[in-house]
Design a protein around this ligand. Structure first.
Ligand code: XIL
Length: 415
């Protein structure tokens, strides 16, 4: 057969076999495209964005240990794990390093390291960058942490727990010194255990108040018992425990201009005091009606002024109809947010929203070092009724996945 080549990639063929060849070529192309859309896709977020930022996911103990059961079958868990390994180069513990889970009871015997150890091992084996979440938070913290002998003030009700997690502890309280000592012990023990393995920690989570500009800090038991320096102390203890760890301040709602100003006030004050804080975590629990390039561009632009690396720590975009008002990540509000069902053309809207925010991440790539999705797929997401992630419950990539990949291509000048 005579084949004349004009230039590489352009092959002239005799007409007799031309149609056959074209048919074969089309079939191969189709196969390639459908492979790209399947869970076995060679297209991986971690590869596509390797020159931009790390791309990670939150996982939980069933993924770390490879054991299904309960809501998710063994078979599905194994598929989730396969997808995690293929797509992501960073993992965060969705729950298993929170105080309530890793340190449920008081004292040296009160730690439960099993699930967190499994997670660290899983990440290590798979060469993933490990993030620890979270050391000091008002939520998912057991009552014993705050308990003591000091009668609570009359206004004790003003320190509520987060929606869905009770009103918070209202009994007799620890003193400032007792609580600082518990915090120091907890941080030294947990950070010390994973020193050199967990590379980055959410040291303080969600210390900023919601609402108007009056209050910068959330009226938490940490604030009430210790005072505003609980934040600086937490960073200091974490730095002592692992001087090489990247220490983050993490919060939600940084799409809201009022909240960003509070962040700036807090971080500047910490920086002036010489507190070892190395990165800002913006959770980015977004809603499809507001999420997009403009919102994210504005938010990242403001956060970047602090001069610290930005980690997008808990990304998801709720595409349910209800609960689209706020930018809050409030747990009770999110439970309600799913009652309206999915918006029409939900997939398309979600894809547009994701494309926009990734365009903003790419624009601010000088600062954005990490983008972590808050869950592997819609079925295991905490906002699962809002179908907020790039993969559906069967681990199939959604149109939002393609839209995100396309943004990397656009930036590289491919399109
Ligand atoms: C959520 C988890 O995803 C849920 O499984 C859990 O029931 C509640 O907490 N901000 C945070 C995360 O910092 O730890 C929260 O994670 C979501 C809001």
């Amino acid at each position: 057969m005579h084949l004349a080549t004009n230039h590489p990639g352009h092959v002239k063929m005799p007409t007799s076999s031309h149609n056959l060849r074209l048919g074969l070529f089309a079939a191969m192309l189709l196969a390639a495209v459908s492979t790209a859309r399947s869970a076995d896709s060679p297209v991986a977020l971690k590869n596509v964005f390797k020159d931009h930022f790390q791309v990670g996911t939150a996982i939980n103990r069933s993924h770390a240990t490879g054991t299904g059961g309960g809501r998710r079958s063994q078979e599905r868990i194994e598929k989730d794990i396969a997808l995690t390994k293929r797509q992501f180069n960073q993992i965060t513990a969705e729950n298993d390093m929170k105080w309530q889970l890793i340190h449920p009871r008081e004292g040296a015997e009160g730690y439960d390291f099993g699930p967190a150890d499994a997670l660290v091992e899983f990440g290590g084996k798979n060469g993933m960058y490990l993030v620890g979440h979270t050391l000091v938070w008002h939520s998912q913290t057991p009552n014993w942490v705050f308990a003591g002998t000091i009668p609570p003030p009359e206004t004790a009700d003003a320190a509520p727990g987060r929606g869905g997690f009770g009103r918070g502890y209202t009994g007799p309280r620890a003193s400032r010194e007792e609580l600082l000592e518990r915090m120091r012990d907890h941080i030294h023990t947990v950070v010390g255990r994973y020193k050199g393995k967990v590379k980055s920690w959410d040291v303080v989570n969600e210390a900023l108040a919601d609402g108007g500009p009056e209050n910068v800090l959330r009226n938490s038991l940490w604030l009430q018992i210790i005072g505003p320096d609980f934040i600086a102390k937490a960073f200091q203890y974490a730095h002592e425990a692992d001087p090489d760890a990247i220490l983050r301040y993490n919060d939600y709602g940084l799409e809201n201009p009022v909240k960003i100003q509070k962040l700036v006030t807090l971080i500047k004050s910490l920086q002036e005091q010489g507190v070892p804080i190395h990165a800002i975590g913006t959770q980015a629990h977004l809603n499809v009606s507001t999420a997009g390039f403009e919102q994210m561009d504005r938010s990242l632009g403001e956060v970047a002024k602090l001069g610290l690396p930005i980690h997008v720590t808990e990304l998801d975009i709720n595409s349910a109809q209800g609960g689209q008002r706020g930018t809050g990540a409030d747990i009770a509000a999110n439970a309600q947010a799913t009652q309206g069902g999915l918006v029409s053309e939900a997939d398309r809207k979600l894809a547009d929203a994701y494309a926009g925010i990734f365009r903003a991440f790419i624009k601010h790539r000088e600062w954005v070092e990490m983008v972590t999705f808050w869950g592997v797929n819609d079925a295991v997401s905490w906002r699962r009724s809002g179908s907020p992630l790039l993969f559906d419950g069967e681990n199939q990539p959604k149109p939002a996945f393609d839209a995100v990949i396309a943004e990397a291509g656009r930036e590289a000048g491919v399109k």
